[in-house]
Design a protein around this ligand. Structure first.
Ligand SMILES: [Zn+2]
Ligand SMILES: [Zn+2]
Length: 248
């Protein structure tokens, strides 16, 4: 499927071709024409014990976090590749803020591998759309690309699930969530996303996966899930690279 992102995707592929045959991006040992060596791959994809619902890191003895026992998230389940710990913050920063797209390719590979080994193909076949968390136009202009869109392109191509494009918009330019408390994050995100009435038929009764790079409190993905469910979606799940611990 060709999209307006195609030139960026081509740039991605060009960058990779330039790098292969390669050294591992992380430890610089020979890597058999993949972005990272097997050792680094195993290190980055250590299975994690987490809340079965929201993906928050937990000790092995707990199935659900305190948050999920108390309040209901709008989404059904969140799958994260890893906790937000080294080397992930550095990899994500290189991808998002210094536009080293090769790291985006690596993160997309890790997310794809994690999905393929954790989610049954029968479950995957029930999914109707992938939805990268939309950026506000100003942010998109500033950054030049939507990191979640690039991750979704790779997943869409390999899992054969279409991307839900031109349907949901981010209407409110929200403040950076990092600096805000949980209650302020929720307020900050109130009615941040919009689906126009003429587009609502596209999501009726659909099972949609929201794609994001990092989920912190879940306020963004919850707000987006709520908008989608209110507009008629059947089920929303979240796939992301990292799930952070809750802010203190
Ligand atoms: Zn390595
Ligand atoms: Zn939870």
């Amino acid at each position: 499927m060709k999209t307006k992102w195609q030139p960026l995707v081509n740039q991605f592929q060009f960058a990779i071709e330039q790098m292969l045959p390669a050294q591992c991006l992380l430890c610089h040992l020979t890597s058999n024409q993949t972005l990272i060596c097997q050792y680094c791959h195993d290190f980055l994809t250590v299975p994690r014990s987490c809340c079965l619902h929201c993906g928050l890191a937990l000790s092995k003895t707990q199935d659900y976090c305190g948050d999920c026992l108390k309040q209901k998230h709008q989404f059904t389940q969140l799958h994260a590749v890893a906790n937000y710990q080294a080397p992930y913050p550095a990899l994500i920063k290189k991808f998002k803020y210094t536009k080293q797209l090769i790291f985006g390719e690596l993160l997309a590979d890790l997310l794809l591998a994690s999905i393929q080994s954790n989610i049954l193909s029968t479950q995957l076949s029930m999914i109707d759309y992938l939805l990268p968390v939309p950026l506000h136009n100003n942010k998109l202009y500033q950054r030049g690309f939507n990191q979640a869109q690039l991750l979704s392109e790779k997943l869409s191509k390999n899992l054969n699930i279409p991307i839900l494009s031109n349907t949901v918009t981010r209407t409110k330019e929200t403040m950076a969530q990092e600096a805000l408390s949980l209650s302020k994050r929720k307020k900050n995100l109130r009615q941040a996303f919009e689906i126009s009435d003429i587009k609502k038929h596209r999501i009726q009764n659909q099972h949609i996966i929201i794609i994001d790079d990092v989920v912190t409190t879940g306020a963004t993905v919850n707000s987006l899930s709520k908008t989608l469910l209110q507009a008629g979606a059947k089920q929303i799940d979240i796939w992301c690279i990292c799930r952070t611990s809750l802010p203190k």
